[in-house]
Design a protein around this ligand. Sequence first.
Ligand code: PEP
Ligand code: MG
Length: 568
Amino acid sequence: MKIGTGASPGIAFGKALVIKNEELVIEKKSVENIEEEKNRFEKAVEESKAQLLNIKEKAAKELDEGKSAIFDAHIMILEDPELISSTLNKIESEGVNAEYAFKEIIEQFIAIFEAMDNEYMRERASDLRDVSGRVFRNLMGIKVIDLSVLDEEVILVADDLTPSETVNMDKEKVLGFLTNIGGRTSHTAIMARTLEIPAVVGLKDITEVLKEGDIVAFNGETGEVIINPSEEEMNHYKELKNKHEKEKKELQNLKGKPSITKDGYKVEIVGNIGTPNDIEGLIKNDTEGVGLYRTEFIYMDRDTLPTEEEQFEAYKKVLQAMNPKPVVIRTLDIGGDKEVSYLNIDKEMNPFLGYRAIRLCLDKAEIFKVQLRALLRASIYGNLKIMFPMISSLEELLEAKKILEEAKRELDNEGVKYASNIEVGMMIEVPSAAIISDILAKEVDFFSIGTNDLIQYTTAVDRMNQKIRHLYNPFNPAVIRLIKMVIDNGHKEGIWVGMCGEMAGDKRMIPILLGLGLDEFSMSPISILPARKLIRSLNSKEMKKLSDEILKMNTAEEIEKFIENYFK
Ligand code: PEP
Ligand code: MG
């Protein structure tokens, strides 16, 4: 048995599909039969085109236009007569293998694109790289795994899954995820919970241990993974799965009931989403609204920036589906573990401490303003609240608000309508913001505490680093004190305080947060009904006493043990 971090609850068993991103080694060889070699190349190109067409059709059905357009661009590259004929000529004139000839030619093309002045043309180099990888694999007989068109049900096993891989994958066929890296708050984990797909992350070497076709069974809650289980073990997992499904069914009785404590203290339990499609999961789980819409996914997995119109449509869809319930939409939070390749951002030593989120938006105000205009225009379709991520000073907050005002003035001049009562809030995820939350509270309508980042920045523990996973602890007294400070400062200024980090859905933390006075809990859709069940079983005055006790404690361990014993 292997143990990782349980990242998304549920039991899964099935055939493993191991995804390895190994480097392709291309050697120069001389060939005897030139015609055969040329045919081999042409066949690989045709095969690649057919695969891309297949994915494109699927993407067009399930994703938006912008995303399926990428595949058109890739097919066009393979139809470039110069690229194809230059490769064929090279095979013929030098008597070399197709892989080598194609590599030499594609590298020349890439170099030409990379040297261009025009940023758009420079970005085409990464498309060329992408497409050539597919042609090389087809030439070398290496299976090209397209997660968007899977033939059978599988458990995906990978080093990590990028958000773009998870966006495009065939969700019906994926029974679960297992990854080498990541923790509960890494994006693979968050995505798995949103999609309600069981997952265990941080298994270190699972891609090495599992072979293609191995059967694997795992528990997404405890993090236990069994490779090629015995019949007895398999029966145990089947039983566990039945039990889990039964509990899920029982939770359905809570639909339509308020999230209120036994003594009548009402809180709001809302959900986190990454794309408009995630709304379905939220509605199914009877959400009271959206507490965090991570808009960065609109910008990812494509070649160019999304237009104002595309963004407007996405925001409108979410606002309309939720109306009149509140929808907190967070402005672009790129960087850290979320990359946008076409922005050509330099690699950084410490990406989580670097050029990310609001820092990038204030630097590239032209990009930021497009998003703000789209948000404002969409505001008339529902109950919109705009939220800025990663604010670390008052200056940043004021600057972001100033650009929002500029966007409003532009729309006023164009005679375009937007709602007059849009609340503007900010995330508290940097310790400096928590420490000056008394100052910041005067400038916003709400705070939402982003504990995924707040924990990593407060304790200097990278949320992605396996080696120090034991140090990334929501029970750390420093983190709990900061949360108290933010809630108290917010309430002193009369604003509401929510939390959209993963801690808000953690059943061990909910009683403490309730005691500290948190107003809104935003979490993965699957955590909503269990959280409501828990809140309805608690007494708010008792939880106030419990949190007062906890604030006197010295270590995370002490707090964790106290909570465990309290609820035994
Ligand atoms: C957080 O940091 O807690 C948060 C909600 O933002 P993200 O996980 O997207 O960084
Ligand atoms: Mg964050």
